[in-house]
Each structure stands twice: as C-alpha cells, then as structure tokens.
Ligand binder design. Structure first.
Ligand SMILES: [Cu+2]
Length: 219
C-alpha cells in the first residue's frame, strides 16, 4: 500500500483508509486501461496514405455493459461502506468531554464548558484554534458557524464535517496517539480561508490533567 496519507491517529481512521484505497485502486486500474487503449488506438490508427476515416455509430452492448458495471460498483461500495459511515456519522458513543467549535471567518473558536460541564456559565473557557483533548477518550465536537459554511477537517483523524450556519452538528472522535495535529478549514469560506488553521492537541492522561489544572486553577 502507498504511504502518502498523514499518519492515522483515530479509532475509525483505519476503516476510512481501507475504503479510500479500494476506491483508489479501482480508479487506478480504470485509468491505466483507458490511457493504454488511447495510446494503442493513437498508434494503430495513425495517418496512413490513402486510408479514409470511417463513420462509426457506437456500440449499444458496450455502452450498456460499462454503464451497468459502474452502477453496480457504486451500489456495492455504498452497501459495503454503510456500517462504517453509520458508525462515524450516525452513532454517537457516550462521552463527558464536549467542546463547542464555532467556525468564523477565519478562525476556529473552541469553547470548553469548564469543570461544571455546562456551557454558558462563568467557568467556560474560550480560545481560538486550540483543541485540547486526552488520548483514548471519546470526544464530542459540537460544530457551529457564525457566518458562512466551514468544514472542520482533521486529516490525522480522518474526520471531516461541515459547520453550517443555523445548525448544531455533533461529530465525535477518539484519538489514540498524543501529538499536535492540524485542523484546516476544508470549505472555501472567503479570502482568509487558506490561513484558517487550528490545532488539535492530543495529551496523555497526565498531561491533560495538567492542562485542566492550568486552565481552571481554582477548581
Ligand atoms: Cu474555509
């Protein structure tokens, strides 16, 4: 397998990568066949003195075959990947770590509920572009937008979810490797879009404890 994806650090990332490679290799095989056929025909039917071009109407049987082959491939991929998508997008594993992430031109605003676990109280903590979480714990991310559509993208988690004005969309992940990972915006949202970049900090349990103590010293 090729190795040009960023390292995966999420529990469901491996399943996403599997489907990525399946689609990638199907596309690769089709691309090679089409390109090879084109080159073959280019050479075979190159200009020859006295040869006249013929009008060719097409081939219904061939058209039916490749249309249904593509159709069947799409249906099979959809059915086979269904459990993975529903695990990631429809099921929501229970968690007591919830962060509100609001996309705004051109930052990710992270809002932590604080020790009381309730948003909109005194101990809330708001910071731009820094998402701190512990490893091996399910984290809920409640996505909102203040202005236009943004897309919360964490390549290392294989997680991407739009943030849509007027809606609250809850995404989740469980990171398995401590480190610092990029959170770019993946939806063109204005002139500063390319600079809209946050970071996910995955801490070990002890480091996370320290971060909590530093952030809420009184609790
Ligand atoms: Cu953007």
């Amino acid at each position: 397998m090729l190795d040009w994806l960023p390292p995966n650090v999420s529990t469901f990332g491996g399943d996403i990568d599997k489907f990525f490679y399946v689609i990638y290799y199907i596309t690769l095989v089709v691309f090679v066949l089409v390109a090879a056929t084109m080159v073959y025909f280019l050479i075979k039917y190159r200009y020859k003195e006295g040869r006249k071009a013929k009008y060719y109407h097409g081939n219904n049987t061939l058209e039916i075959i490749w249309t249904s082959a593509t159709f069947i491939a799409m249906i099979v991929l959809a059915l086979v990947s269904r459990p993975v998508w529903s695990h990631i997008k429809q099921e929501l594993p229970i968690s007591n770590i919830v962060v509100q992430v609001t996309g705004k031109q051109f930052n990710w605003e992270m809002l932590y509920p604080g020790p009381d676990g309730i948003f909109g109280t005194e101990d809330d903590y708001r910071i731009d572009n820094q998402l701190h979480v512990p490893e091996d714990r399910v984290v809920h991310v409640v996505l909102k937008s203040e202005d236009v559509i943004h897309s919360f993208f964490v390549p290392s988690l294989r997680l991407k979810q739009d943030a849509v004005p007027g809606r609250e969309i809850t995404a989740w992940f469980e990171a398995s490797e401590p480190g610092k990972y990029e959170i770019p915006c993946a939806e063109l949202c204005g002139f500063g879009h390319s600079g809209m970049l946050g970071y996910l900090y995955v801490h070990t349990a002890d480091d996370y404890e320290n971060w909590v103590k530093q952030t809420w010293p009184e609790s």
